[in-house]
Write a protein that binds this ligand. Structure first.
Ligand code: GAF
Length: 389
């Protein structure tokens, strides 16, 4: 999307020029799924699909928001100091913005005037690419920049998670806000969610690229079994604590799990916990594979992640399985798996560059024939976190 187009959109909506334009990315996750609220590792990267925001200061205490993705003419306003989440369905999208303002205020920051903001995303909403974290961090970054807030980027990330947990009502982990907020061009980030220590690793894929495959099956984590999976994981930890001194599943390795899984004493719960434990191990192996340039091994770990998410954690679905399984059969593919919360949304595949177009055509056809509508494909471009354009 061009900066000039954003400036024009702002002018059309607010009848005066914008003062600054910002961008906040979405994210993919190489591996490490449903590990973030289990004290495990995640390995995400920020992508060039994201949310743009054109900003202008106001003299009064009104915050005026408009989204080019919604109804272009609608401006939704609220006053600084209004801390109530929006409940009217058509206005609920503003909660990600309002929530960040509220959480920053609760954290002691002050805002002495209102502002206008026109937002326009090219990140498909509900595609499992973190449109909500993209918006939260867009707002956080703009406020930090415009109001000279003394707040670390990592604190904005944590506040973003609070917006999601306490303002929007989804009990998500920290991965999405972290991936969006801390993104670095051409790098994936290995985050230990137990300690919040992280390191950047160049996503050096040589002749291969990451293709994002969007099922176009909208997923709303709030309406899904996401919170159930969290509860099942917590209960498994609780049962393991009879013999193990742990707080999360991320603290145990495969061997320890094999020895003590009988304590969980429930087949389904054992499978849930096994996913969390083994996925964490796979994520650490994936880092090694990437460092060693062993892309074949990386691909196999990615495939194993999907199988585990499909059968043990049960957060996949026919759409995601069709994409991943069909991808596995294509020439030039090293690995493929669903990403994000699941139940819909997107998958990724590591595909040889010169076979990527044939890959999209072939997988697209199988998907349409089986599911009845199209999947969308995008080449993942790995970019920096929120910034001014
Ligand atoms: C969603 C959540 F928001 C993340 O915190 C993470 O749990 C992910 O699902 C699954 O890995 O994107």
């Amino acid at each position: 999307m061009k900066k000039e187009a954003l400036l024009q959109e702002y002018q059309d909506v607010f009848a005066k020029p914008a003062e600054a334009v910002y961008f906040s990315p979405g994210r993919i996750n190489v591996i490490g799924e449903h590990t973030d609220y289990n004290g495990g590792h995640v390995f995400p990267a920020a992508i060039s699909l994201g949310t743009f925001g054109a900003y202008g200061n106001r003299d009064d205490n009104t915050v005026a928001l408009s989204s080019a993705n919604m109804d272009e003419s609608a401006i939704i306003t609220f006053e600084l100091g209004d801390t109530k989440p929006e409940t009217v369905p058509e206005r609920k999208w503003i909660n990600y913005f309002k929530g960040m303002l509220v959480k920053l205020t609760e954290a002691g920051q002050t805002f002495d005037h209102g502002f206008n903001l026109l937002v326009h995303g090219n990140l498909p909403y509900g595609a499992g690419l973190s449109s909500s974290a993209s918006i939260e961090l867009l707002m956080g970054y703009i406020l930090k920049d415009q109001f000279n807030l003394q707040v670390e980027q990592l604190d904005l990330v944590k506040l973003g998670q609070k917006v999601e947990n306490e303002f929007v009502g989804l009990n998500s982990g920290i991965m999405d806000q972290f991936a969006v907020g801390m993104g670095k061009k051409d790098n994936a980030m290995l985050l230990d969610t137990n300690t919040m220590e992280y390191e950047y690793y160049p996503l050096a894929l040589g002749d291969y690229i990451i293709v994002i495959m969007n099922t176009n099956k909208k997923h709303s984590l709030a309406d899904s079994s996401y919170n159930d999976r969290r509860a099942e994981s917590e209960e498994a930890v609780h049962r393991l604590q009879k013999k193990l001194d742990i707080k999360t599943l991320g603290e145990i390795d495969a061997k320890t799990f094999d020895r003590y899984d009988y304590l969980i004493a429930d087949d389904v719960m054992i499978r849930r916990a096994r996913h969390a434990v083994l996925e964490n191990q796979r994520t650490l192996y994936a880092k090694e594979a990437l460092l060693n340039g062993d892309l074949v091994q990386l691909g196999q770990l990615i495939n194993a992640s999907h199988v585990s998410l499909q059968y043990d954690y049960e957060v996949s679905g026919i759409e995601l399985d069709t994409l991943a399984h069909t991808a596995w059969e294509q020439p030039g593919v090293l690995g493929a798996r669903m990403i994000g919360g699941g139940f819909g949304g997107s998958a990724i595949a590591i595909v040889k560059k010169d076979q990527a177009e044939a890959f999209k055509t072939n997988v697209g056809k199988v998907y349409r024939d089986k599911i009845g509508y199209d999947a969308d494909f995008y080449d993942a471009e790995i970019v920096d976190g929120p910034h001014q354009l």
